[in-house]
Design a protein around this ligand. Structure first.
Ligand code: HEC
Length: 203
């Protein structure tokens, strides 16, 4: 049935899409995985699902709402990347000429996970805290649940730290701040989370 879809785009797998998938999706969708997207033949049947997943920002899994906190390991697609996926799928998901395929094989260096060895662990509520923190990481947050954290500095400035909505249980890495969070003595941290869930502040 796909073969009969009219091609109405010049965005192709071999030129644009394979490169985005390689950079943004390959680590979890390599050949041999449950949902491999390592070449056109594997990815084509998933085209409409790919569009839906990237438009709803379910893929790549992350969970933190954009605009709250600033994280340097945010894997989110750029608006241009989302647009390229959308145009490609809605234009019939063409393959393109093989000669344009990226030279590199479909392998990706594993993401280096910052260890979160020394932590301050907090349940929902209102806490005093001080120190310098590089990252936050939820512990025990169920898939689909929400968590919100903010800090009030001694001068009264309130800073939103993170807002996780519809937590993807696939995301297990810490959320690494672009700038370390410095909490002087007298700071407070507020956490809104389901009972039993903790937020780890990583030093
Ligand atoms: C951190 C790992 C990871 C990354 C990165 C990732 N995915 Fe996924 N993806 C998964 C897992 C695991 C599933 C299976 C999820 C499930 O069963 O709910 C999945 C499922 C999917 C599905 C199937 C959804 C359905 O309809 O069932 C699509 C399509 C998809 N991913 C596309 C992508 C695309 C496109 C990218 C890159 C932009 C991407 N994924 C990046 C882990 C990842």
């Amino acid at each position: 049935m796909f073969a009969h879809d009219a091609i109405t785009t010049n965005i192709t797998w071999t030129q644009e899409i394979s490169r985005i998938v390689q950079k943004r999706c390959a680590i979890c969708h390599a050949a041999g995985r449950d949902i491999p997207l390592s070449n056109y033949e594997e990815a084509r049947p998933w085209a409409k699902a790919i569009r839906d997943q990237v438009l709803s920002r379910k893929m790549p899994p992350w969970g933190a709402v954009k605009g709250v906190g600033d994280f340097r390991n945010d894997p989110g697609l750029t608006p241009l990347e989302i647009e390229l996926f959308t145009h490609w799928v809605e234009g019939g998901a063409p393959k393109g000429d093989e000669m344009f395929l990226p030279k590199a094989t479909f392998t990706v260096a594993p993401v280096r996970q910052q260890p979160c060895a020394s932590t301050l662990s907090m349940m929902a509520g209102n806490h005093t805290a001080r120190g310098t923190f590089k990252a936050v990481q939820p512990a025990g947050l169920p898939a689909g649940a929400a968590l919100e954290a903010s800090a009030e500095l001694p001068g009264g400035e309130v800073r939103r730290l993170i807002w996780i909505r519809d937590f993807p249980s696939l995301h297990t890495a810490p959320y690494i701040f672009r700038q370390p969070l410095i909490l002087p003595a007298g700071s407070r941290v507020f956490i809104d989370a389901p009972s039993g869930v903790r937020l780890l502040l990583c030093r």
